[in-house]
Design a protein around this ligand. Structure first.
Ligand code: ADP
Length: 494
């Protein structure tokens, strides 16, 4: 008889396709099903945003959660058919989660003033599920993602019932730069013991830090690439928390994200003008022409077409892309940018597109189908991030035959191999990698892209290698399962 399935609760703020603002959603859209594929009994807990509730089928009320600041919220159970039928919990509180604007900020981009309560509620719901809130199911491992679920490990750590039940907590850092920092007076809302305040608790330079709470109290901390797991231990990338991370006896585990091939596969992608694959590349030419037409670029098969699909933030290093534009254009290239965020960056890309009609196109906003068409139509995807925990856009570029041009940092360094002569010779090259974060270094990578383009046989070889690289979620899921099993063997109270 096979052993009973390991019960895992996944806790996050977003999951594609229900709700997406970035890579976290892609991960949460794929990881639960991948873990199920490894034999786990997985449930996913999300906040009750409108699009999440709309996607919950067979919903029933399980219990209520009563937060320290008063009132009562409904814990619902059901199933997300859009996520392969994953069993789910949703913490429903319409006053908290059903608001005009974004999940984290209002329509003007101002973070919601009660974000500490909104996301403490998510963690309180996880605690409730973990401590008998649902008589039919209780996790052995509760796995939270990013600061939105940051208090969950602390609630579990300090809860006698959870400790008796031996529930283990895992916390994954998708981006250490977003920490969930709140004014000190938020602390009294959170229901933590007074001893949790202070340098040995959730306090971070006089503020409450949800991220720090998780890094201290989780039974295991992971991040989304091996290289980033190393980088966060240093001052440069540790965002002030490197000491907290270094103090963890078990370190930080780096588990690389995967690509969900049911969503990101040029052979089956419903958004594309034509599908294609490594051994049937004709469709990519049609995708390029269709993209050029759709965004108002000159339809030109020969122009090397560069693309960016990104949040427009300082992290993404896009000022380098802007600085590369004159060189790119002088060499006959084109550029398409899809993104939104920083107002000055939006203005700069808009001005460039206006100054170079037919050569540069800028689409502002968040547009999932267009993102797919861009990866399929472009020749080079640009990801020159200052730092990058994993990065999914370069992985999508690889899968769609758009060679990534990247800064050698974090997950970008782990997943892209530079088209240097020696890497071309041994057949490992998949893109263009620059080491130093400087315009000069990026410019050399750009020149390598044009040089490779002028050797079409080589280009096709590199592209085929890129498209054949597999970043399967099954690999990541196996690593998470091994970690969960290890944790369940450890007696933390001994
Ligand atoms: P991050 O999570 O830091 O934003 P990732 O590379 O991990 O970066 O993931 C970004 C995800 O968001 C990818 O799926 C990418 O295609 C998507 N994305 C980013 N900006 C946009 C946009 N403007 N429109 C559509 N998708 C976008």
């Amino acid at each position: 008889m096979s052993p009973p399935a390991l019960r895992v609760l996944q806790v996050a703020a977003e999951a594609a396709p229900l709700l997406k603002t970035g890579g976290l959603a892609d991960v949460m859209g794929a990881l639960p099903a991948a873990l199920r594929g490894q034999g786990a009994d997985v449930r996913l807990l999300l906040p009750g945003f409108a699009s999440v509730l709309d996607s919950l089928s067979f919903s029933t009320d399980v219990t209520t959660v009563t937060p320290p600041w008063g009132g009562s919220s409904r814990l619902m159970a059901g199933r997300f058919d859009a996520l392969g039928g994953i069993e789910a919990y949703v913490i429903r509180d319409d006053a908290m989660f059903q608001r005009a604007g974004g999940p984290y900020a209002d329509a003007r981009g101002q973070p919601w003033a009660d974000n500490h309560r909104r996301f403490a509620l998510l963690s309180l719901a996880a605690l409730r599920v973990s401590t008998g809130g649902d008589v039919g199911w209780q996790p052995q491992v509760a796995h939270g993602h990013d600061w939105h679920a940051g208090l969950m490990p602390s609630y579990l750590h300090h809860d006698a019932h959870a400790r008796r039940a031996g529930v283990r907590s895992v916390f994954t850092v998708h981006n250490l730069a977003y920490q969930g920092l709140f004014d000190a007076d938020a602390f009294s809302d959170l229901g933590l013991l007074p001893g949790a305040w202070g340098i040995d608790g959730v306090e971070f330079h006089g503020k409450v830090s949800f991220m720090k709470a998780a890094l201290r109290d989780a039974d295991a901390v992971t991040t989304v690439s091996p290289r980033y797991a190393q980088e966060v231990l240093g001052a440069d990338q540790g965002a002030g928390l490197q000491g907290v991370l270094a103090a963890r006896a078990d370190g930080v585990h780096g588990i690389l994200n995967g690509v969900d091939a049911s969503v990101w596969n040029p052979a089956t992608d419903v958004h594309l003008a034509k599908t294609f694959s490594a051994d049937r590349m004709a469709g990519k030419r049609d995708c390029k022409a269709a993209l050029q037409r759709a965004v108002g670029l000159d339809v030109d098969a020969e122009a090397l077409l560069f693309g960016v699909v990104s949040r427009l933030t300082e992290q993404k290093g896009l000022h380098l892309v802007q600085a590369l534009v004159p060189d790119m254009l002088a060499r006959g290239g084109q550029l398409v940018v899809l993104g939104s965020g920083d107002a000055s960056m939006e203005q700069a890309f808009a001005a460039m597109a206006q100054a170079h009609p037919g050569r540069i196109a800028f689409r502002i906003g968040f547009d999932e189908p267009l993102a797919h068409r861009i990866y399929a139509g472009i020749d080079v995807v640009m990801v020159p991030s200052r730092f990058e925990p994993c990065g999914l856009t370069q992985l999508y570029g690889l899968a769609y035959g758009a060679l990534p041009l990247v800064h050698r940092v974090g997950g970008l360094a782990d997943t892209v191999v530079d088209a240097s002569l020696e890497n071309l010779q041994d057949g490992s090259a998949t893109g263009f990698v620059f080491h130093e974060f400087s315009l000069d270094a990026a410019q050399h990578a750009l020149r390598r892209a044009f040089a490779l383009r002028d050797r079409p046989v080589w280009w096709r070889c590199v592209r085929a290698t890129a498209m054949q690289r597999r970043f399967g979620w099954d690999v990541a899921a196996r690593e998470y399962m091994a970690l969960y099993r290890r944790l369940l063997r450890v007696n933390f109270d001994a």
